[in-house]
Write a protein that binds this ligand. Structure first.
Ligand code: F0G
Length: 482
């Protein structure tokens, strides 16, 4: 990692890259932002990007690619079978994880589908540090269930624990004793736990879970979609690993896990997905599902151009100068918000800055979708599109009752190398204004509610006329400013 000291004392996150291609942005007037939000059913997934100023919905497929990634796309080998591109991608995976076998799939959830098809059946129990929406949907679709065995500190929104994504070993042992190893198709660790604020997992925990799974004969699966930031945190927060090279860390993970899968829309800064393993039996158990659901074994539903970009992106994920930008900008964003009194998840994690919506809007009830209401209000106030990570993202219980999320968070994702520090300061400034005016913000209710993954395309409406009041307050305080 580049060691740069600042004369003025206050260190800034300093990018070790420069921008060479840009995309023009527009910021609509506040009334049009409100209208766009209402047209989108108060669901940020349904906004049109032309109406968005800073798109902090996700880092999925939206990270800036390097010049070398773009250049590599030009050498893609389009052969249906036996493509050279596949060989280059396989070499990149072998370099990173030391694994022999690669199953390509079109994105992360496609890998989850294959894992579920191969290993999950009626009554299966899958222990994990925390669920991700698509992971859980694939497991439950096959009749299995998910058990979260996160350390208690993981759900403590403001903590000093450096690895809030760790599995609680005592809970894991207890669960295995209760349900029986034979009913557990695999234990899953999500590196950089998405839904609790991008919180990392320690190397110590990866080692402990692996050793335990081996002793019980249970498969150990790592979801490495958010591994990049997790690597940064292992290097910078875990004393025992500070002298390890990043590639030593990833190769050790490759030994500890039986299977690693990832969304290459995140890891590798391209668009795709992959499953890697050293275990021939497991590889063969999953292999048939690739041509069935994805495409032939050497492209798995991906464009070969993206596969070339992904291969280069994986090598670049092992370069600290390249990967430090995102976590350092997220830290700066969190610090800026905290300094202005806005409640955020601490310590800052990966993926994005996570605003604690429950503390932001204490007057709202969870049944009114606190984090969804905050996401809608932030867009109206700023043109910044974030993502609800709370009750709206949960599925109802089979009997139709609401399942309240453990945390109500608004995620403001920072796709890698995309936004500048001044744009982050703008977003923090608008959030600080909104926090001052938080009493104006009301709740939401569903008007169209799909049964599965309702957060993607469900439509809601504001309870009462709070959005109009928010617009009036904005005009009062900002005059004719955008
Ligand atoms: N696992 C994790 C930890 C993820 O964050 C995601 C996607 C997936 C699996 C599924 O991968 O999107 O390529 O199918 N997370 C995105 C997000 C959607 O916005 O956080 P995918």
């Amino acid at each position: 990692m580049a060691n740069v000291k600042f004369f003025s004392g206050n260190p800034l996150p300093l990018e070790m890259h420069k921008t060479r291609t840009v995309q023009k942005l527009t910021l609509l007037p506040v009334e049009q932002r409100r209208d766009a939000m209402l047209d989108a059913g108060c669901n940020t997934f349904l906004l049109q990007n032309r109406d968005v100023f800073l798109d902090m919905l996700t880092d999925s497929g939206t990270n800036a690619m390097s010049d070398k990634q773009v250049a590599a796309m030009m050498q893609a080998d389009d052969s249906y079978a036996g493509s050279e591109t596949f060989v280059r991608l396989q070499d990149a995976c072998t370099h990173m994880f030391g694994t022999k076998f690669l199953l390509p799939a079109h994105q992360g959830r496609a890998c989850e589908n294959i894992l579920a098809e191969a290993f999950v059946s009626e009554g299966s129990v899958v222990p994990m540090n925390f669920h991700f929406t698509t992971t859980k949907a694939h497991i439950t679709r096959k009749g299995g269930s998910v058990e979260e065995i996160l350390i208690d500190e993981g759900l403590n929104i403001n903590s000093t624990h450096p690895f809030k994504g760790d599995i609680d070993m005592a809970k894991l042992e207890e669960l295995v004793a209760k349900v029986g190893a034979e009913n557990i198709p695999f234990v899953r660790i999500e590196a950089g736990t998405n839904l609790i604020g991008g919180q990392p997992v320690s190397m110590e925990n990866f080692r402990a879970v692996s050793a335990f799974c081996r002793s019980k004969g249970i498969r150990f699966v790592i979801d490495a979609s958010l591994l990049c930031d997790n690597l940064y945190f292992i290097k910078t927060r875990e004393e025992a690993c500070k002298d390890m090279d990043l590639v030593e860390i990833t190769r050790e993970l490759g030994c500890l896990a039986d299977i690693i899968y990832f969304s290459a829309r995140k890891l590798g800064c391209a668009r795709g997905g992959a499953i890697v393993t050293n275990n021939r039996t497991m590889f063969e158990a999953m292999r048939e599902f690739v041509p069935l659901f994805e495409g032939f074994l050497t492209y798995g539903g991906m464009s070969v151009r993206e596969m070339e970009a992904m291969a280069v992106g994986l090598y670049e994920s092992l370069d600290m100068d390249f990967i430090m930008q995102a976590p350092q900008f997220i830290q700066a964003f969190s610090d800026e918000l905290q300094a202005k009194g806005v409640p955020v998840v601490t310590p800052a994690g990966g993926l994005g800055c996570h605003v604690n919506a429950s503390a932001f809007l204490p007057h709202l009830d969870q049944s009114q979708y606190i984090a969804g209401a905050l996401a809608a209000a932030v867009f109206v106030a700023s043109g910044v599109r974030g993502m609800e990570r709370g009750t709206m993202s949960e599925q109802r219980e089979p009997d139709g009752t609401e399942r309240f999320a453990e945390m109500e968070l608004l995620r403001l994702a920072l796709p890698k190398r995309v936004f500048s520090l001044s744009q982050i300061k703008y977003a923090a400034d608008r959030l600080a204004w909104l926090f001052e005016n938080r009493s104006l913000i009301g709740g939401l209710r569903y008007v169209e509610e799909p049964q599965i993954m309702r957060f993607f395309f469900g439509r809601l409406e504001p309870v009462g006329d709070w959005m109009d009041k928010l617009v009036a307050a904005f005009r009062r305080d900002f005059g004719d400013s955008l």
